[in-house]
Design a protein around this ligand. Structure first.
Ligand SMILES: [Ca+2]
Length: 582
């Protein structure tokens, strides 16, 4: 927990932020036209692109796009609740050779941000608009605004094939499902979580488990396993129209490694023993690898989590159970990696790898849920049954803290562990291979970027009235040339309003003002310098009250422009909205 020093607290009387949970957004505050907002930020110097030491940069000169360039295919692969350092290219012990290959052939981003949880991330991903504007309705009925055009709709109208398999999480009504929002072929899990095997408990009607195909609910086959099935169907969809001369947008939205932890037994067993050394040992090894890979400097300070349980304090039975659950999680990541490899191989075999922009990302930080929604009392969570279709467990808070290594906290928090996620981009000959990029961008930027790469205009920019404008910005030059999309004077925001969770952040350059709830209560917010301190270990608010005031006011402007419920999102917090005293 971070507290403001008492000497400063009196200046923060009028609070602002607090509640919410999720979402980054961009630029609703017109910062570049506001002289006051720039006054203490100096010149709008744009940081140069950096590469980490120890990386093998090659192939940095992407040719410019021209009007003669054919429209590329887009393959957007999203993992669900994957932690920052789980996979090998981000320091994880999980081998993930296919994601490692993707990183070798493409660019790894170290400062890419989503929302703090699933549905606001997806609202921004599909619309390019802040989740507070793009999505409407309360939790469990979170759906896209009809006034927000989706990426699939715009690309479809421009001649793209649009395919989706996997998680949607943006509404289940007839007007809300993916086939009603631009996807021509869809096999979807409509809610935010589902069993990875067929549901063994329910009767025939409930066994549908909310899977849907092109808008019609369907039962899954007896041999269903989510990750395999999503991959099979996606390859089928792509293959059916390959060669008709039209590009495709494929949204491969895995539900791994989201709970429940379930995987075929023969995929779990290879990880016997991997996690028996416990939280601290795995975390330390990840920190070491993050340094070796050059992702973080040798001197950087990881977040020291006082709430991480001491492995040695657990009983033998507790350790066995904990280790087994993380082993199943690793198996789920392993299977996802294997299936991603299958899709990448397919692109290669069809001769379209060079024409396809591939982006892999997680949709938020690692999840710390104790008992997942969907648990059934008939489930058997004894040690020997864990991972099977009749079990239903999560990794829990301790492993979530490890998955977030070296960052602070995890899913649902506006700290870096909630929103800074792995993102790997490959486009052979266009995107630099083996590069590590440390520049900020965010999930709302994806739609404007893909539209720019496709040479397609958003309807709000084509004279269509009544449509919401995108708020994200194209980051094409960042992707293709390493040129930062956000300068030191540019703001970014994220807010998600949900009563039990809460928080938001305002960011400008390296400075981030963040606030969040722990145990249902707002904790005082804090100011971090992410260039010096990406793990958010040092609150700098007392040193820079003018930055706190500027970011707080910018957030208020953003909140007003995006219809953020300040009472829920922030007024319970306490961040200064008044200018500092002279
Ligand atoms: Ca998620």
């Amino acid at each position: 927990m971070i507290g403001y020093p008492a000497v400063n607290r009196c200046h923060r009387a009028r609070a602002v932020l607090a509640a919410a949970v999720c979402g980054l957004i961009v630029s609703g505050c017109s910062p570049q036209t506001d002289p006051a907002a720039q006054s203490d930020s100096g010149a709008q110097s744009v940081p140069t692109a950096q590469s980490g030491p120890g990386t093998d940069e090659t192939d940095d000169a992407a040719p410019p796009l021209s009007t003669d360039s054919p429209q590329p295919n887009f393959l957007l692969i999203v993992a669900d609740d994957l932690g920052f350092s789980d996979i090998a290219p981000y320091g994880g012990e999980m081998p993930t050779p296919n994601l490692a290959r993707l990183a070798t052939e493409g660019t790894r981003f170290l400062d890419f941000h989503t929302a703090v949880k699933c549905n606001p991330t997806r609202a921004m991903l599909h619309t390019g608009i802040d989740n507070n504007t793009a999505a409407v309705g309360p939790r469990r009925n979170y759906r896209l605004s009809p006034d927000a055009a989706t990426l699939a709709e715009v690309l479809r109208d421009a001649g793209y094939h649009t395919y989706m398999t996997g998680k949607w999480d943006l509404g289940r009504g007839a007007e809300q499902v993916p086939s009603a929002r631009g996807f021509e072929q869809v096999f979807a899990l409509l809610p935010g979580a589902g069993r990875h095997f067929p549901n063994p408990h329910r009767d025939a009607s409930d066994a549908l488990n909310s899977y849907s195909e092109n808008g019609e609910r369907v039962a899954v086959p007896d041999d269903f396993y989510s990750t395999y099935h999503y991959t099979d169907r996606m390859i089928e969809y792509i293959d059916a129209n390959l060669g008709d001369g039209r590009p495709f947008f494929a949204f491969l939205s895995y539900t791994a490694p989201h709970y429940p932890l379930q995987a075929p037994r023969d995929r779990i067993e290879p990880y016997n023993g991997w996690y028996e050394e416990g939280y601290q040992a795995i975390r330390s090894a990840r920190i070491e690898r993050l340094r070796e890979l050059g992702l973080f400097s040798a001197g950087f300070e990881p977040y020291r989590d006082e709430n991480l349980t001491d492995w040695a304090s657990l009983t033998d039975a507790e350790r066995a159970n904990e280790a087994r659950r993380m082993q199943i999680y690793a198996a789920m990541v392993d299977i996802m990696d294997e299936e991603i490899g299958r899709v990448l191989d397919y692109l290669h075999e069809q001769g379209i790898a060079d024409d396809t922009v591939v982006l892999f990302m997680s949709d938020n930080g690692a999840d710390a849920t104790a008992t997942g929604a969907g648990y059934n009392e008939a489930d058997d969570n004894s040690l020997g049954n864990l991972g099977d279709a009749t079990s239903y467990v999560t990794v829990g808070a301790n492993w979530a803290r490890v998955s977030s290594t070296p960052l602070r906290l995890y899913k649902a928090f506006t700290t870096e562990g909630g929103t800074r996620v792995p993102a790997i981009l490959r486009w052979p000959g266009r995107v630099a291979a083996g590069r590590i990029d440390r520049n900020f961008f965010q999930v709302a930027d994806l739609m404007p970027t893909l539209l720019e790469l496709a040479g397609v205009k958003h309807p709000a920019d084509s004279g269509e009235t009544g449509m919401l404008r995108m708020q994200g910005r194209p980051v094409t030059d960042l992707w293709l040339h390493g040129i930062p999309a956000y300068g030191d004077a540019d703001y970014a925001f994220h807010t998600y309003t949900e009563a039990r969770l809460g928080g938001g952040y305002a960011r400008r350059g390296d400075w981030k003002l963040a606030w969040w709830k722990e145990d249902g209560e707002f904790v005082p917010g804090a100011l971090f310098n992410l260039a010096e301190d990406p793990a958010e270990t040092r609150d700098r608010a007392a040193d820079h009250p003018e930055i706190v005031a500027d970011l707080a006011q910018a957030w208020l402007d953003y909140a007003a422009q995006n219809g953020v419920d300040i009472e829920t999102a922030g007024s319970a917090g306490s961040i200064v909205t008044q200018p500092p005293p002279p």
